[in-house]
Design a binder for this molecule. Structure first.
Ligand code: 5AD
Ligand code: FES
Length: 347
């Protein structure tokens, strides 16, 4: 079964749900190696050898949501909460631009303290620096997304988390999968380059669910997909659940490269958290992007979405030079410029 689906992928045929499940089920050894070889080749052809760095500023860990897997959930009273002031966010972004990043990602919990006009002002200031700006601040009304787009925001990251609507409902009290997709649809209509993605190894999740994740990403025609393993956080309802499998995560990343060949695929921090060489391996198995942390060191430990997150004691320049070394050691090179969408006809 694997061999037939691999052949179809190698021939560039459109993969169906069954093919995707077959690829995700690749056995350790020859099958996995064949999958990774194919994905790395498609990555080289579609994305080239450039690895794009996106400097991420985790500017607030306040969150109004209660996602069952996330350490920032509103119920986590043990967490020390912080907010960077708008002028500080702009200053950190400037530091990122000076470090050579072509994209600044503004990420936070869902924190209404940052009203739409406040965030629009921050976006405007950063856009003056000549870089791409990605927003990652969760679900907001369409008008707010529109305002930020007018302010110059280029991209928006909103993971669908899981394509299994029932699992989504269980893990996101008070939220709706339909509303999430509505937000993604609005972002698309407003002309954002859209990033989505999902968690791998959630309790109760099957390979068919993961195949549905990749099919949804293809249907959404995403410019980017963040794919990371589930890592149980002690202060959440999923504390006792097993972590997602690193090997399965690699298979999902590799298969994603085959299903959505033009998408930017980051080697996620979560992969780097489960294994010291995790991000390197992801970059050799389909990924072409890394998202270095730009957050000032004193706040990093408090942005623990999951435990043992890497780079907690490092500063912005540490991650910058660490990653340049990593990219070079792999025989690849740093991306120049903003690293916009790889699609043949940009949105
Ligand atoms: N393990 C893995 N990923 C997680 N995320 C949140 N909590 C966890 C966890 N425990 C991911 C979600 C979210 C992103 C900010 O982090 O996909 O969208
Ligand atoms: Fe932060 Fe390597 S990426 S130290």
């Amino acid at each position: 079964e694997f061999a037939a689906s691999w052949q179809r992928a190698a021939a560039g045929e459109e993969l169906d749900r069954e093919d995707i499940v077959n690829l995700l089920a690749a056995a350790p050894g020859e099958e996995e190696e064949a999958l990774y070889r194919l994905a790395d080749g498609v990555r080289a052809r579609m994305a080239g050898d450039e690895v794009h760095l996106r400097g991420v500023i985790e500017f607030s860990n306040y969150c109004r949501r209660r996602c069952c897997y996330c350490g920032l959930r509103a119920d986590n009273a043990r967490l020390h909460r912080y907010r960077l002031m708008p002028e500080d966010i702009v200053a950190v972004a400037r530091q990122g631009v000076e470090l050579g990043y072509g994209t600044i990602v503004l990420q936070s919990g869902e924190d209404p303290w940052y009203t739409a006009p406040v965030l629009a002002g921050i976006v405007r200031e950063i856009k003056k620096m000549g870089v791409a700006v990605t927003l990652c601040v969760g679900e907001r009304p369409r008008e707010e997304y529109a305002l930020w787009r007018e302010a110059g925001a280029d991209r928006y990251l909103l993971k669908h988390e899981t394509a299994n609507e029932e699992l989504y409902a269980r893990l996101h009290p008070g939220m709706s999968w339909q509303e999430r997709l509505q937000c993604l649809q609005w972002l698309r209509e407003l002309g954002y380059q859209v990033g989505s993605g999902n968690i791998i190894g959630l309790p109760g999740q099957t390979l068919a669910d993961l195949a549905d994740d990749l099919l949804l990403l293809r249907q959404l025609d995403v410019e980017m997909a963040g794919l990371g393993p589930f890592i149980p956080h002690p202060a959440t309802p999923l504390a006792g659940e097993p972590a997602g499998s690193l090997e399965l995560t690699y298979r999902v990343v590799a298969t994603a490269r085959l299903v959505i060949p033009f998408a930017h695929l980051p080697a996620t921090t979560a992969v780097g958290t489960l294994a010291p060489n995790g991000r390197q391996k992801a970059l050799q198995r389909g990924a072409n992007v890394i998202m270095p942390n730009l957050t000032p060191t004193r706040y990093r430990a408090d942005y623990q979405i999951y435990p043992n997150k890497i780079c907690i004691n490092e500063g912005p320049e540490d991650c910058r030079y660490c990653l340049e070394g990593m990219v070079r050691a792999l025989g690849r090179r740093l991306g120049r410029g903003p690293g916009h969408t790889l699609k043949p006809i940009p949105a």
